[in-house]
Write a protein that binds this ligand. Structure first.
Ligand SMILES: NC(=[NH2+])NCCC[C@H](N)C(=O)O
Ligand SMILES: [Mn+2]
Ligand SMILES: [Mn+2]
Length: 298
């Protein structure tokens, strides 16, 4: 399998600077080398250009950097589509989670009935009406469902990107009040940390694979590093205690690899500025990517 890496140095969707350095941090942690060691062929396509230099504030009403994020997402979607056209595997490095709108545009365009497994401490199910921050990284899942403003929802010229029935969120523990109500009324399946405590991560992932991977069309995995507990993933912009432990995170991705359903993968929200020890979060991201791509303990 040929893995094509594409970085998205984006932090305009978050309230804290630093996730724009995520792609560098993950590359520096040895991503290509780790993949080549698994005998995968790797092509690094570099980064998507973000249309705004870091210090310029062009805040757009209550949706910060809407135009810039939409533009970058559209570009990303086209690059991801191209990778799939070449029958290669898109590995997308974030960047804050707003970029998922672009990744999902690209995969859904090429694989119309694709499912989605979204690992996150958050729901990212806000719209302008419910967001308390105006940050687009808290709205990207909603946008993929066709909920929210047309500039986000309509990226790539089609909506919704994926049917809610084929979307699963794993690891949630921090929802805004109205976001929670909206998510409850949606058809998205949500496995909160409580559910993981009760059922165990293996059972949860097995069910997620069944729901998102139904009809054999494959899944896109969007992995927000803040789903992992901050004690081992400190380098994220919006940490929340009570997350997945080291083995739970690996097992989840090992099971997805074993199910042979993964069509594309994105790792987002790595923020090396916040990291508490030697780029450890990016190193963990590299390890988790290898698990998702089939590395086995035994
Ligand atoms: N991808 C993320 N880390 N999202 C965090 C979102 C936090 C909060 N719910 C918001 O709307 O701003
Ligand atoms: Mn997220
Ligand atoms: Mn999150």
């Amino acid at each position: 399998m040929v893995i094509e890496i594409i970085g998205v140095p984006m932090d305009l969707g978050a309230n804290r600077r630093g996730t724009d350095m995520g792609p560098s941090a993950i590359r520096y942690a040895g991503l290509s080398k780790a993949l080549r060691k698994m005998e995968l062929e790797v092509i690094d396509r570099g980064n998507i250009e973000i249309p705004v230099p870091e210090s310029i504030k062009t805040e757009n009403g209550n949706l910060h950097f809407l135009a810039e994020i939409s533009k970058a997402c559209e570009k990303l979607g086209n690059v991801v589509g191209g990778i799939l056209d070449r029958e290669n595997f898109p590995l997308i490095l974030g960047g804050d989670h707003s970029i998922a709108i672009g990744s999902i545009m690209g995969v859904a365009q090429k694989i119309p009935d694709i499912g989605l497994i979204w690992f996150d401490a958050h729901g990212d199910f806000n719209t302008l009406a419910t967001s308390e921050t105006g940050n687009i990284h808290g709205m990207s899942l909603a946008a993929a469902c066709g909920r929210g403003c047309s500039e986000l929802v309509g990226i790539g010229g089609f909506a919704p990107k994926i049917k809610e029935k084929k979307m699963v969120i794993i690891g949630v523990r921090d929802l805004d009040p109205e976001e929670k109500e909206k998510l409850k009324r949606s058809q998205v399946t949500v496995y909160s940390m409580k559910k993981i405590d009760e059922l165990g991560i293996a059972k949860v992932v097995e069910e997620a694979i069944r729901i998102a991977g139904r009809d054999g069309s494959g899944v896109h995995v969007s992995f927000d590093m803040d789903v992992v507990d901050p004690s081992i993933a400190s380098g994220v912009g919006t940490p929340v205690t009570g997350g997945l432990n080291y083995r739970e995170a690996h097992l989840a991705l090992e099971l997805i690899a074993e199910a042979n359903i993964l069509k594309s993968l994105e790792m987002v929200e790595v923020n090396p500025i916040e990291d508490k020890g030697g780029n450890s979060t990016a190193k963990l991201a590299v390890e988790l990517i290898t698990s998702a791509l089939g590395k086995r303990v035994f």
